[in-house]
Ligand binder design. Structure first.
Ligand code: ADP
Ligand code: MG
Length: 568
């Protein structure tokens, strides 16, 4: 198909375009960051494919990005000699949104510009951000390895549709040409573009080049030369020394690897030497992605081997319960042709995963245990966004179970609020004289937990109870029997033993009451028959007349409900 074809955007693209142009205008400089980020990804992809097919380079081995502008034509062009796109790829990547979580994202949009701008940021803006400053974008591209006659031109004015046609393109890679909107002429300046690149894209590991400028005495203005110069540092950020990297650079690099728009909560950057040699630069995002619960979702770690990009989402490098961590791991030991299958079995990968897990837990502990309010607030944010996922670690990571347990936060009868901010240590610190157990109740909702009749006796005695209402709680608790030697006990199970909390006089009184009602209890057992395993006189209620309890060794009522809901 050589002729020009006009195709409609996917409905979501239209909506996204419209929103972006209007709500991100105040932040319009980010278009350059996004397009350079794509050019850099394209270089990474070429380098990776070329590991097994050196011919893809042709006679052009030096991967780079060029940013040029034309004052007369009012265009800015971002060129790369990366992997390029075929016609099908251009249609798929520039005409639709393939991201998971797209549906949730669009269902959350409210029409309020500020709120929506923040959401778009979380979703990632990408290629379409070019339309913030351009009323037409032309993309000339040719995939590495195909003939010069097999180039593709994609063009759109960012409204309903776009066109694709076949063109001749002498060199491999992609040129993105922005035809600027009226009023955007200030971008047509070498100084302006350079300063934007230095601000947002300095961390890009390949050279970003721009034409040199020289002052022309006769014309009394600076004139562009034919010669190009490199504008960024052009070295892999994670390979630089920590002391040479600013916080802003770390944050911009995060936005590049994570496709996130918001800065991260925290990061850790380390070079490991010894049995296994690797560098890790890991980030905790400040918000959960739209697809945190998508089971097919892979992790957020980019794997490099000696600076060469190998793969995105290398899920073997991080345990599943830390799947929200983003960043880069660069190994000096793995072979360049490593595959996902090899990663699965590699000893080096196991060492890296264990090391990275420790670093991430350390980073979380630092936030959780800090004295400064700012760090504490960060941990609160972390817990709200990712706490439920971290809980999976209790069942998944036996080695680090104790460290994870200390990071857990719960709602509790202590403050009767659904905010989860009570740690086991807080609880233990408030335990009553004679109390040797940690009590909790599980329920489907905070209100159900808070109003559980099982709590009555505890409230009466002033004993704190943790309120567990997350879906994963029951499952997690099946792996967690104690915290620092204190048994974890459900208030809804079995013959509740309040231990020393029950005084002698009470015990005697209880025994008397039990004898008094023995006959009634026997009668009730007879009436209920098979329906109830046992009938007992209870002292755990103060207001309610009766309640159901689970046997010590049986699944609790809440777990039974959950399993039923899951079709088990
Ligand atoms: P993201 O980078 O998060 O995938 P973008 O909207 O920025 O999303 O880009 C969409 C897709 O378009 C990219 O994933 C890539 O497949 C393709 N693409 C964009 N720019 C380029 C480029 N310069 N070279 C090759 N492919 C590109
Ligand atoms: Mg992108």
């Amino acid at each position: 198909v050589a002729e020009k074809e006009t195709l409609g955007f996917q409905a979501e693209v239209k909506q996204l375009l419209h929103l972006m142009i209007h709500s991100l205008y105040s932040n319009k400089e980010i278009f350059l960051r996004e397009l350079i980020s794509n050019a850099s990804d394209a270089a990474d992809k070429l380098r990776f494919e070329a590991i097994n097919n050196d011919a893809l380079y042709g006679n052009d081995h030096e991967l780079k990005i060029k940013v040029t502008f034309d004052k007369a034509a009012r265009t800015i062009t971002i060129s790369d000699n990366g992997i390029g796109m075929s016609r099908e790829e251009a249609i798929a990547h520039l005409g639709t949104i393939a991201k998971s979580g797209t549906k949730e994202f669009f269902s959350k949009l409210s029409g309020d510009q500020q709120a929506d701008a923040a959401l778009i940021g979380q979703f990632g803006v990408g290629f379409y951000s070019g339309f913030i400053v351009a009323d037409r974008i032309t993309v000339n591209t040719r995939r590495a390895g195909v003939d010069a006659s097999q180039g593709v031109r994609w063009e759109s004015s960012g409204e309903g549709d776009y066109s694709v046609e076949q063109i001749d393109k002498p060199n491999r890679g992609t040129d993105v040409i922005l035809h600027l909107r009226e009023g955007e002429d200030e971008l047509l300046s070498a100084w302006k573009l350079k300063s934007i690149i230095r601000k947002y894209s300095d961390h890009i590991s390949i050279p970003i080049e721009m034409q040199k400028e020289e002052w022309d005495k006769d014309k009394q203005e600076s004139v562009l030369q034919d010669e190009f110069e490199t504008v960024n540092q052009a070295s892999a950020l994670w390979a630089r020394s920590k002391s040479d990297i600013t916080k802003e650079q770390y944050e911009e690099f995060y936005k590049h690897v994570s496709h996130d728009f918001q800065p991260p909560l925290a990061y850790t950057h380390n070079r490991m030497e010894g049995r296994s040699e690797y560098t890790q630069l890991l980030y905790v995002p400040s918000h959960a992605p739209f697809d945190l619960w998508d089971r097919n979702k892979r992790g957020g770690i980019k794997l490099y081997v000696k600076r060469v990009f190998i793969m995105d989402d290398a899920e073997q490098l991080m345990p599943t319960y830390l799947r929200f961590i983003k960043g880069v791991i660069d190994s000096a030991d793995l072979p360049l042709n490593v595959s996902r299958e090899i990663l699965q079995e590699s000893r080096d990968v196991r060492v890296i995963r264990e090391g990275s897990t420790k670093r991430v837990l350390g980073m979380l502990e630092e936030m959780a245990n800090a004295d400064e309010q700012e760090q504490k607030d960060k941990y609160k944010t972390f817990w709200t966004e990712f706490g439920q996922v971290l809980k999976e670690g209790i069942g998944e990571d036996f080695t680090n179970k104790d460290r994870i347990a200390k990071l857990l936060r719960f709602a509790s009868t202590h403050n009767d609020s659904d905010v989860q901010d009570v740690s086991f240590a807080d609880y233990v610190g408030r335990m009553k004289e004679g109390q040797d157990k940690i009590y909790y109740v599980t329920a489907e909702s905070f209100n159900a937990a808070k109003n559980s009749p099982h709590l009555e006796i505890f409230r009466k005695k002033g004993v704190e109870v943790l309120l567990m209402t997350d879906r994963v709680d029951e499952w997690m608790l099946s792996f967690l029997n104690e915290f620092e030697g204190k048994e974890l006990v459900s208030v809804a199970k079995g013959g509740l033993d309040l231990g020393k909390l029950e005084d002698e006089a009470e015990k005697k009184e209880h025994e008397e009451t039990e004898t008094q009602y023995k006959e009634l209890v026997e009668k009730m057992k007879g009436v209920l028959g098979e329906k109830a395993k046992d009938v007992r006189v209870t002292f755990r209620l103060t207001d309610s007349p009766a309640c159901l309890v689970a046997d010590e060794n049986e699944l609790s009522g809440n777990l039974v409900r959950m399993l039923k809901a899951a079709g088990q």
